[in-house]
Design a protein around this ligand. Structure first.
Ligand code: CP
Length: 312
């Protein structure tokens, strides 16, 4: 059994194992989580993460309990997060939690006796998103090794960017961080790359690098993370890509990923192009999260036996 809190806690081998399990589960229906209950605690809004974790749980035979809004819980009466976690662990076998505070997932994991899966903690990390991003890159290119990846948009508050950077470091990738200065990639991530001698570029325009990169990872500039709305207005809408700005100007096989939701940074005319992979990426959330549950609950050995036996 293990928690999924930060990509820092994972080795390359751990990551490849999750991707391998996801690939197996995409091919087969396994009731690996029969009689298990998933505690789904979403203290922040979500469409993809919550629904794909729920879908993954149902597909593996689990039941899911949770609430539609934190206002419907006893937090509203002043109960602490600590006690909420203690109650949820008593009612479930694994907890999936999204919270607006950086570090909330680690806090929950330190309290809970059941595995905790971080479904996004503030501007910190979003490891399950990273695993589905990696699954998508591997599916599209056959491998992740050495890819040139450009991150565009909100790199300061973008938890998906923070987690994915930590993972891609292990695959010898080259990084392009493209953002206005006020929302550039955090210094601690840059220092880590330097320490490991990993190539990176800090830029403010994506156009010059389109011919070099394999993956264009767009992100939404997150209004809700800014303390001051005036600061948000200064950078809102700074990067908008469309068919005209991409098609014929990038590598033939370049893919565009986005954790979604998008606001205006990707125009819908790009959706029909071969480069747009963000909806497939979101759909990959189901097998990837099935794999995350299986690893979190220590059920992979069961899966290996069953699948290998059926394969022979
Ligand atoms: N990618 C992602 O976290 O989307 P949701 O906020 O809709 O869950």
């Amino acid at each position: 059994m293990r928690d999924f809190i930060s990509m820092k806690d994972f080795t390359k081998g751990d990551i490849l194992e999750v991707l391998r399990v996801a690939k197996e589960l995409e091919k087969k229906n396994e009731e690996l989580l029969k009689n298990k209950i998933v505690g789904s605690l979403f203290f922040e809004p979500s469409t993809r993460t919550r629904l794909s974790f729920t879908s993954a749980a149902y597909r593996l035979g689990a039941k899911v309990l949770g609430f539609d809004s934190p206002d419907a819980t006893s937090l509203k009466k002043g109960e602490s997060l600590r006690d909420t976690i203690k109650m949820t662990e008593a009612y479930s076998d694994v907890i999936v939690m999204r919270h607006n505070r950086d570090g909330a997932a680690r806090f929950a994991a330190d309290i809970a006796k059941v595995p905790v899966i971080n479904a996004g903690d503030g501007a910190n990390e979003h490891p399950s998103q990273t695993l589905l991003d990696l699954y998508t890159i591997e599916k599209e290119f056959g491998n992740i090794e050495g890819k040139k990846v450009a991150f565009v948009g909100d790199l300061k508050y973008g938890r998906t960017v923070h987690s994915l950077t930590k993972a891609l470091e292990m695959f010898n990738c080259e990084f392009y961080f493209i953002a206005p200065e006020v929302i550039q990639i955090p210094e601690y991530i840059v220092r880590e790359l330097e320490k490991k001698n990993i190539k990176y570029h800090i830029l403010n325009d994506y156009k010059d690098v389109l011919k070099e990169i394999d993956v264009l990872y767009m992100t939404r500039i997150q209004k809700e993370r800014f303390d001051n709305q005036e600061d948000y207005e200064k950078v809102a809408g700074v990067y908008i890509i469309d068919k005209e700005s991409i098609v014929g100007k990038c590598k033939e096989n370049m893919i565009i990923l986005h954790p979604l939701p998008r606001v205006d940074e990707i125009k819908i005319d790009l959706d029909e192009t071969k480069h747009a992979k963000y909806f497939e990426q979101a759909a990959n959330g189901v097998p990837t999260r099935e794999a995350i549950f299986s690893v979190a609950l220590g059920l992979v050995e069961t899966l290996n036996c069953e699948i290998l036996e059926k394969d022979i």
